[in-house]
Design a protein around this ligand. Structure first.
Ligand code: URA
Ligand code: ZN
Length: 384
């Protein structure tokens, strides 16, 4: 892509140094474990232990989770990755599990610090001629364990930060999921400030859904990440839809990670089950079902990223979103790095997402341009 057709990465994470420090100060999930000599381990890299299934007591701590290196917290590493893959602009978000685990008293202050760090690092980056025109923006994080008025005040404050272009959020909401009526105040604030919500999974499914911890452990992160993450997103958005969140807040704008989990594939089935549900008022029952078609919601309230690594999934995403205008390129950096020594080569995870876009839209230059960056520029109002 040329400078007039920039590639924008809307799904790219960081743990700023203050967050790394926070995780390193903890000993329960989520935490970072720093191996010591007494671990007798081959590696001295700190370990990121953030998923419940990471903290397997039958493994030594020095081998739990994943190694966490500079790619997680260094802006220089982010820029090097961008250059290597021809990415001109990254919209950085705090990685999971965000601030979900903080006590209510510290959540607002921590959110403000992290959001200010991301906003000022982006401002500094964008003003510096030595960065060869690479641009950074951010999705802020919300203090979801704090009282609603604190969450709303942070949503409003973020509108005043020039480089913050939306917020990233997990699926637990205030603790009871995204269909919790107590979230209405937060949804009203998000809708009235036109704040885009980047919805991202973290919790996956319980090990029992896969046959128990022993089965999960046999293939490391494959089941939690390949299936647990997308199904978590699918369930969260389906619950929002069924509870009428998009009926009550028709202006809400959500960007779903990993091309919406399995929503594009299952939307027709969800629509059909709703149309055949006798409990719903529309079908003679007594319960209020969703009042809008799921397709209408997908076409007006939902954007999907293109982080799906294959053509069938990407085709389903474009089809379900209703148009190429609602799908945006992402990488999920720094996750899914090359496993060998080829640190300076292109990442398979990135190339497979780019390859899917090329393959699905081989003759459609304008559509490719939109997914790779044009949509992000217009939806997020990026100045590139
Ligand atoms: N693994 C994670 O924990 N988070 C991501 O975003 C991707 C992979
Ligand atoms: Zn991600």
């Amino acid at each position: 892509m040329s400078a007039s057709h920039p590639i924008v990465d809307i799904h790219t994470h960081m743990y700023p140094p203050s967050y790394i420090k926070l995780l390193a100060s903890r000993t329960t999930v989520p935490y970072i474990y720093q191996p010591t000599e007494s671990d007798n381990s081959d590696t001295s890299d700190p370990r990121l232990i953030i998923l419940a299934s990471d903290d397997d007591p039958s493994r030594p701590k020095a081998l739990r989770g994943r190694p966490v290196d500079g790619t997680y917290s260094s802006f220089d590493e982010k820029r090097a990755f961008m250059k290597r893959h021809g990415i001109s602009c990254s919209v950085i978000s705090l990685a999971n599990p965000w601030l979900d685990f903080l006590d209510p008293g510290s959540a607002l202050k921590t959110a403000q610090e992290i959001n200010n760090d991301l906003d000022s690092a982006s401002a500094e980056n964008n003003a510096s001629p030595s960065n060869e025109g690479l641009k950074l923006y951010a999705f802020g994080c919300l203090p979801l364990s704090a009282p609603s008025q604190d969450i709303v005040s942070e949503i409003r404050r973020l509108k005043t930060r020039k480089h913050v272009k939306g917020v990233i959020m997990g699926t637990t909401g205030l603790g009871k999921g995204l269909d919790d009526p107590a979230l209405d105040e937060v949804y009203s604030a998000l809708a009235s400030t036109s704040t885009l919500v980047f919805l991202h999974p973290h919790y996956g499914l319980p090990d029992s859904a896969f046959g128990g911890p022993e089965v999960v452990a046999r293939s490391g992160h494959v089941l939690p990440l390949a299936l647990g993450f997308p199904l978590e997103t699918t369930i969260a958005v389906s619950r929002m839809y069924l509870a009428g969140v998009f009926d009550r807040h028709p202006q809400l704008q959500f960007l779903l990670a990993h091309s919406g989990g399995t929503i594009p594939f299952l939307a027709g089935r969800i629509e059909s089950c709703v149309a055949h549900e006798r409990e719903f008022i529309a079908n003679g029952g007594s319960k209020q079902g969703p009042q809008r078609s799921i397709w209408d919601v997908l076409h007006t309230n939902i954007y999907l990223d293109a982080v799906i690594y294959g053509q069938p999934g990407l085709k389903a995403a474009i089809e379900a979103a209703g148009s190429v205008d609602r799908v945006m390129f992402g990488t999920d950096h720094p996750f899914f790095p090359p496993l060998g020594d080829e640190k300076d080569s292109k990442w398979l995870s990135v190339e497979s997402n780019k390859g899917a876009i090329d393959g699905c839209l081989s003759q459609e230059e304008e559509a490719k341009r939109k997914i790779l960056g044009g949509n992000a520029m217009s939806v997020l109002g990026l100045d590139l």
